[in-house]
Design a protein around this ligand. Sequence first.
Ligand code: GLV
Ligand code: MN
Ligand code: MN
Length: 412
Amino acid sequence: MNLEVDGDRLSREIEELARFSDAEAPAVTRIAFTPTDLRARTWLISRCQEARLAVRQDPIGNIFARWTGSDAAAAAVGTGSHIDAIPNAGKYDGVVGVLGGLEAIRTLERGRFRPKHSIELLVFTSEEPTRFGIGCLGSRLLSGTLTAEAARKLIDKDGASLEEVRQRARLGGVLEEVKLPSGYYQAFVELHIEQGPLLEQQKAPLGIVTRIAAPASLRITVEGAGGHAGSVLMPDRKDALCAAAELILAVEKAARTSGATDTVATVGICEVFPGAVNSIPGRVKLAVDLRDTDLRRRDRVMWAIDAEMERIAAKRQVSNHSEVVNADAPAECAPAIIEALSASCAKRGHKFIPMVSRAYHDSLFMSRIARAGILFIPCRNGYSHRPDEYASPEDITRGVRILAETLARLAE
Ligand code: GLV
Ligand code: MN
Ligand code: MN
């Protein structure tokens, strides 16, 4: 089959989508359900309709764009990723899997491939945790990992509930309807930039993911005592930020001393209340992101952080409250998908390396309901979650060709 990927159009579409942003270019900020995200979704839906795909949205806003196969009742083959972007991000994270997935479908159509199984492009809602504090919201609900009841309790950082946000986005239906019936997908393949430096360093054009690391996140509140920055003497203080500072270093140390470089921990959010230069911080909220390829080691580090938090709180006479937002198991990619991707690379003459995904992806949750796998393409210097994230048109086009070839194998 002739697989002619229209790389020029795909590059133009990536640029167009990047213009839906709340940050100045080259940065992209596109938080789930903001007016900018909603406009981007409308644009994307019209692209899918132009490709004659049947489009639907579920009650959490996951978008499904289907190319119906000759056996319409057979389980579908899914591909896709996300278009939401964290603050000050780049234009490729998630987008390559969505627009690349769409281009893979168009490439197969142009190559006169006729699928037996329907091929469906999926655009997952809020893969990024920015809005509700939890990542992969759409795929967690689709896979039944997060219940509708638990999702209804989610509140965004401005105090709006998920239900309010859904209503404002005019998403009908109830969250119970999001979970997919079992057997809906027979396979799911996600194309994504690597978000790390290995492909570039090893001069490999493609990576086939075998395993996705186990992510966890914690929300920690440290309560001290506020007061006047001039008149409360040092021995009398219960400065919440000083306690939080110790805790942040303890998080770093716990990851650094876990015994493996696979453990990573980050405190990416630190909110100080009341946030005035002449006021002792009375309350601090931290968000901790913790990951490892090994679940037990990840959990040991999580407990070590808990123990340090107690020690620091006692020493500094502050109180603390910690909540586990999510603590997910790692995922193994399905051997059948790894094989299909490998066979596609071999057929097209491309070298690949097997890889672990240290970033999480919606495939982490899709793997619970379908045979799932991920294809990585290189990104410059391994940069991601920053405005200078970059993947070359050649690398993207190659990835899309292998994705198209793999979808064809799975859908015939
Ligand atoms: C996904 O964006 C991640 O943080 O791994
Ligand atoms: Mn991301
Ligand atoms: Mn991503």
